[in-house]
Design a protein around this ligand. Structure first.
Ligand SMILES: *[C@@H]1O[C@H](CO)[C@@H](O)[C@H](O)[C@H]1NC(C)=O
Ligand SMILES: *[C@@H]1O[C@H](CO)[C@@H](O)[C@H](O)[C@H]1NC(C)=O
Ligand SMILES: *[C@@H]1O[C@H](CO)[C@@H](O)[C@H](O)[C@H]1NC(C)=O
Ligand SMILES: *[C@@H]1O[C@H](CO)[C@@H](O)[C@H](O)[C@H]1NC(C)=O
Ligand SMILES: *[C@@H]1O[C@H](CO)[C@@H](O)[C@H](O)[C@H]1NC(C)=O
Ligand SMILES: *[C@@H]1O[C@H](CO)[C@@H](O)[C@H](O)[C@H]1NC(C)=O
Length: 539
């Protein structure tokens, strides 16, 4: 027997001393053949001191009331305030009176026959329900006969489980298989004779109602967005025992209840755990239903758990809530991204855009300035170093595109000016009548003969800003050992590079850039017209 068991035994002895040894119950049942005793229950110590002797009377239908004395039966002895039977027999059945002073106590004793087929008597059984997995305790102790007991045996359904020469105490966690009749048999000796006292427990193992602490599912505080005028359902769910209580509570004036309904509890079992939920319905949410705390509570003996539900007005279209603000931010960012992209595109395609704009607005810069030519093409041939490519470009390609395709009027010295004239003067006056000066820069152009002229024109154009210069690098400028100072001063976007392969198409970047630098001109002469009019003849 372990310590806990022993401790419990002692505790039980202390508790049972008065209740079990002193039968204050009026009706007592006992088994034939076992030692038995009746005790007068003294109500107070004072009376015990004054009157020590107890008188015992037995009344039976046949004999009436007779006083018992030690000589009336060898089986019956009187000891202090106790009447002992060694052992009890069927004939002892009847009513017993004990008298101490003028305090009389009566008990009715019923003696049942001993059971010859079993180790215990079914009528002398104490039922003891035990929950499964809870402590099952069977104390085999007999307080009154403690000193006389020589052996204690424990039987389960009349099969011996344990034996000890003092008391026995069984303690274990109850299992369903533990159910049965447990009999404690105390063997004792008295006056050289052996007696048995049997105490039987009917152990009933019950399905434990393991009550756990209930918990609500979800956060402790719930914010529920609602639109005014709409219905809302607050769903409160809990993990709880079947009989736990779940309810809604809220503070409201009575007349505000009309649109609030608490629905019935719904229960379900999932993975062996039982759940319940309760819905609070608020119909057509009103202004005064908002910002209230609706509490859902689950409760049992062990624990209470509460969750708060607070209704918040959902932003309607007239409000400017946080969502829309962040939305606005996103839109603003998107717009600025788009704008930045557009600006970048605009920078990349500014030429195309400008050309498109010109076309769209039918802009024309050539109408009122009184000039004859749109551009003077300066390709001055150095007699000794003629370059066929450059000549072709300046005299054929350039006019073909600009004049026939885009309707410009060019003045090409080589083509339009009659050879033999006063070259320098003529050049000067032609340039004055032109809106742009196109210089085709090539090696052969840089011959000494023309350099002075070019220098002076460039200088005039740059300093006096009389004419805008377009420099076409037919040969890349890096290949030049000598460049006029003025050319270096030209802004880079006024310098176009002719790329023999890529620039041929009239849709190429080269021509677009060139058109962009040329003055805007709205009217396009028909092909035939432009072909029919030799530029110089009009001059
Ligand atoms: C005791 O038993 C008698 C008959 O045996 C019965 O009439 C009486 O009601 C019982 N008293 C109690 C308290 O059980
Ligand atoms: C017994 O009863 C009498 C009267 O009936 C009373 O005077 C006396 O005090 C009682 N004695 C005790 C011990 O109660
Ligand atoms: C109980 O029995 C054991 C032997 O089984 C013995 O040693 C011990 O003294 C006994 N105790 C009592 C109180 O009789
Ligand atoms: C007492 O019980 C034991 C078994 O525990 C048995 O052997 C013995 O005969 C019984 N004695 C009496 C007097 O019934
Ligand atoms: C309430 O919530 C529980 C789970 O949290 C769910 O099983 C149940 O269906 C819900 N009830 C309603 C009416 O939505
Ligand atoms: C709801 O619960 C909160 C916190 O548990 C408590 O302060 C409040 O008074 C409760 N309201 C109601 C109506 O029970």
């Amino acid at each position: 027997m372990h310590r806990g068991g022993l401790f419990l035994t002692l505790l039980l002895l202390m508790v049972t001393r008065d209740s079990e040894t002193c039968f204050s119950r009026p009706n007592i049942s006992a088994v034939e053949g076992e030692p038995f005793f009746l005790k007068h229950c003294s109500s107070s110590h004072t009376s015990e001191n004054e009157e020590t002797s107890v008188r015992w009377y037995k009344s039976s239908k046949s004999n009436g009331r007779t006083e018992l004395n030690p000589s009336s039966s060898p089986r019956i002895t009187m000891y202090d305030n106790t009447l002992e039977f060694w052992p009890l027999e069927l004939e002892d059945q009847g009513s017993y009176f004990s008298q101490m002073g003028n305090d009389t106590q009566e008990r009715t004793l019923t003696v049942t026959r001993r059971n010859t087929h079993s180790c215990f008597n079914e009528k002398q059984v104490t039922s003891k329900p035990v929950e499964v997995e809870k402590a099952l305790e069977i104390p085999c102790t007999n307080d009154y006969y403690q000193k006389l007991i020589k052996k204690t045996s424990l039987y389960k359904n009349c099969e011996k489980l344990a034996e000890d020469n003092s008391s026995l105490f069984m303690r274990k966690n109850a299992e369903f298989s533990d159910q049965g009749f447990y009999s404690c048999v105390f063997s004792l000796y008295h006056n050289g004779k052996s007696y048995n006292i049997t105490k039987t427990y009917n152990i009933i193992v019950t399905k434990g109602q393991k009550n756990m602490a209930p918990v609500l599912i979800g956060p402790k505080i719930n914010y529920v967005e609602v639109e005014l005028g709409k219905d809302v359902q607050l769903n409160c769910s809990a993990l709880m025992n079947e009989n736990d209580i779940i309810y809604w509570s809220f503070w409201k004036e009575m007349d505000q209840f009309s649109n609030i309904q608490e629905e019935g509890k719904k229960t379900w079992i999932s993975e062996g755990k039982s759940y319940a939920s309760k819905i609070l319905r608020i119909e057509k949410v009103k202004e005064n239903d908002l910002s209230f705390s609706y509490n859902c509570t689950v409760v049992n003996q062990e624990k209470t758990d509460t969750s708060m539900f607070i209704l918040l007005r959902k932003a309607s279209k007239d409000d400017i809530p946080g969502d829309i603000f962040t939305g606005g931010m996103i839109v603003a960012i998107l717009i600025s991204v788009v704008v930045v992209c557009l600006v970048i595109m605009g920078i990349i395609y500014r030429v195309d855009l400008a050309l498109f704009y010109r076309k769209l607005m039918r802009r024309d810069e050539t109408l009122k300035d009184g000039k004859t030519y749109d551009a003077f093409v300066s390709y001055l041939k150095d007699g000794c170093s003629e370059n066929a490519e450059e000549y072709t470009f300046a005299v054929e390609t350039l006019p073909r595109v600009l004049e026939k395709h885009f309707g410009y009027k060019l003045c090409i010295f080589e083509r339009d000016v009659v050879p033999g004239g006063a070259v320098v003067d003529e050049i000067h006056s032609l340039i004055e009548k032109s809106r742009r000066l196109i210089i085709v820069l090539s090696k052969s152009y840089m011959s000494n003969e023309v350099r002075y002229e070019l220098e002076s024109e460039l200088h005039e154009a740059l300093v006096e800003r009389k004419i805008k210069i377009i420099l076409i690098e037919f040969t890349p400028a890096t290949e030049f050992s000598f460049l006029p100072q003025s050319v270096k001063l030209l802004k880079s976007h006024r310098v176009l590079q002719w790329k023999a392969g890529k620039s041929l198409s009239s849709n190429s970047r080269f021509w677009k850039d060139l058109l962009y630098l040329m003055p805007a001109k709205a009217t396009k002469p028909s092909k035939g017209e432009s072909e029919a009019l030799p530029i110089f003849s009009a001059y």
